[in-house]
Write a protein that binds this ligand. Sequence first.
Ligand SMILES: CC(=O)SCCNC(=O)CCNC(=O)[C@H](O)C(C)(C)COP(=O)(O)OP(=O)(O)OC[C@H]1O[C@@H](n2cnc3c(N)ncnc32)[C@H](O)[C@@H]1OP(=O)(O)O
Ligand SMILES: CC(C)C(=O)C(=O)O
Length: 504
Amino acid sequence: MGRLIKIFDTTLRDGEQSPGCSMNLQEKIQMAKQLEILKVDVIEAGFAIASPGDFAAVKEIAKSIKNCTVASLARTLPKDITCAWEAIQYAAQPRIHTFIATSDIHMKYKLKLKPDEVIESAISAVKLAKQYCADVEFSAEDATRSNPAFLYKIIKAVIDVGATVINIPDTVGYSTPDEIYSLIYGISQNVSNIHKAEISVHCHNDLGLAVANSLAAVKGGATQIECTINGIGERAGNAALEEIVMGIHTRKDIYSVDCNVETKQILRTSKLLSTITGIQVQPNKAIVGANAFAHESGIHQHGVMEERSTYEIMSPETIGLSQNKMVLGKHSGRHAFHERLKMLGFDVSKEELDRAFLRFKELADKKKEVDNRDIEAIMTKDFVEARKVYTLKNFVINSGNKMTAMATVKLAHHGKESEKVATGDGPVDAVFRAIEQIIGKKIILQDYSLHAVTEGKDAQGEAIVKIKGDQRIYTGRGLSTDVIEASIHAYVEALNKMVDDTPI
Ligand SMILES: CC(=O)SCCNC(=O)CCNC(=O)[C@H](O)C(C)(C)COP(=O)(O)OP(=O)(O)OC[C@H]1O[C@@H](n2cnc3c(N)ncnc32)[C@H](O)[C@@H]1OP(=O)(O)O
Ligand SMILES: CC(C)C(=O)C(=O)O
């Protein structure tokens, strides 16, 4: 087991600061309980003085969480610290988290305080917090844009009065991995009493470096990482908990550290947050995105089917996903298609596989994702197909709400092609009439139906046509993402059966 890194989750505080991510009391409690199941070390439940709602949420979470430290944020103002304590005093392991900005730009323009006044304010805040609570975290807001010598000074001062955790925030996501590594390492070497406190990092993602910076800080000596589920947070968000935890887990060879998080709860926690906030993660989001364990390309699918580690660096089960996903689409190959057929119970010969694969590729060219229902439809159609006496060459439709529908259809028949134009009561009627003219015979349409095989704009339509022959009814089935094309295929198939006299 390597050095233990504590995971400080701030989904309910900094995460909630993202526009659109506000949660009500019940939702916060539900989320906090899930974070406890996930086994984070610290839950920052809110900023108690921010509002009566925030105060109530911090208080209720403090009361209901038993196995994690529960923290409330507080400015260095006495009223904030007292309020934070009033909310978290019920926690099994309470922590007051106080902060003040240390960069020249924040001190001058925002706080309008001299550096010495900032140090004084920080010392008084930690002293007051210590009167309430043994565990006091101090954050030097905008630390990565602060003068390191000033940082060393304020850190030493707050540890002297009892701060137990020193947090180094990259408040505006400005740092880079090399830089934050040096900053943390510098603190560990230049603050004489640093051994009395833990070093923490809190990285924002403005340059997309929050996770990389957090991991670099661990290399530099940090033992606590502040992060949020799905990386939610101010502006571009905070470091994503799931990426940090799986980074540590997957690259033990580099980081040689461990954390207490129950990785199998990662996906459930991510989904709960999305459900509560209504904000879904993008499909290509690392670890928890819908595509994070999905493979569409034939070469990858084949590799994964032979040996998962060819294209997967983590197993889906580790994050609580039952299995990876083989998406069948236009980039998929025969191996994955055959595997899916077997899974669906189709035992096919080489020829049948070749034929079905051809049809699958035709469909995949038109449709983004071919799912099991599409395949069932392809296979059902494939095995009941009649001899192709007539085949569709092409068709054109001219239709609208203020005109009579007109169709031009061209069919091939015994090596010859014939084309007819017909009008009808709608485009389907017009194509059926054109076909009737081509074969030169009156066809009695017994039934016609159309339904979508799958959902979405690019769903396949399945048309079923029943026509009446002299003795029997002949059924044809047509599939296409174009419903008129599906209808023609169904009609022509029924015709072929009639000509072939293959009853269904
Ligand atoms: C980097 C971070 O994420 S910090 C946390 C940010 N989160 C939030 O701000 C969310 C919750 N915030 C709030 O609800 C409100 O801002 C409150 C309740 C905290 C304060 O509200 P208001 O009293 O109306 O002040 P307002 O937000 O407009 O301005 C902030 C004040 O705090 C001061 N301040 C800012 N940081 C600190 C600090 N760490 N310590 C002491 N004072 C601070 C500012 O100088 C300003 O003071 P002023 O009112 O004397 O000019
Ligand atoms: C208050 C601190 C920890 C913070 O959220 C930040 O600097 O981003």
